[in-house]
Each structure stands twice: as structure tokens, then as C-alpha cells.
Design a protein. Sequence first.
Length: 80
Amino acid sequence: MGLFHTLSKEKKMEILGRILEFQNGKCFLCEEEIEKSALNDVEEFLRKHEVDHKIALSEGGKDDWVILHRECNRKNLVKS
């Protein structure tokens, strides 16, 4: 996720808002709600959530990002 973290705060907010809208405000894995208002503080949002590739680049994925709860992504990585 190196590229995402190099972006400005404003660009991160814009991208996160678009992804969250595309995901209907839900975590990509557990499908529980993610409050869009949490985006008011990008740093705090990224402490609780992660942006990851839908399919890992190493598995042929593209730069298609999804938002997940941090703990959901950790559980998913353990399963892989």
C-alpha cells in the first residue's frame, strides 16, 4: 500500500470517501458499517481501518483498493 501513504491528506480523504461510497459505507470483509464521519480525521481513521488491494498484487491483482476494519484485515491475512 505504499502509493496510498504517499498521497496528501486531502487526496487520501477524497479517495477514502469514494471507496467508502462504492462499498456502501461497509467494511469489505465483514460488511459492518463504517461511519463516513470518521473521515474527518484521516490519521485517526487509518488507525482503525486499512486500505488494501482487493486482490494482492502478488496474486495478479490491480490497484483496486478496498477499506477494511483493521482487525478484519488482520484476520484475513492470517487465513491467507
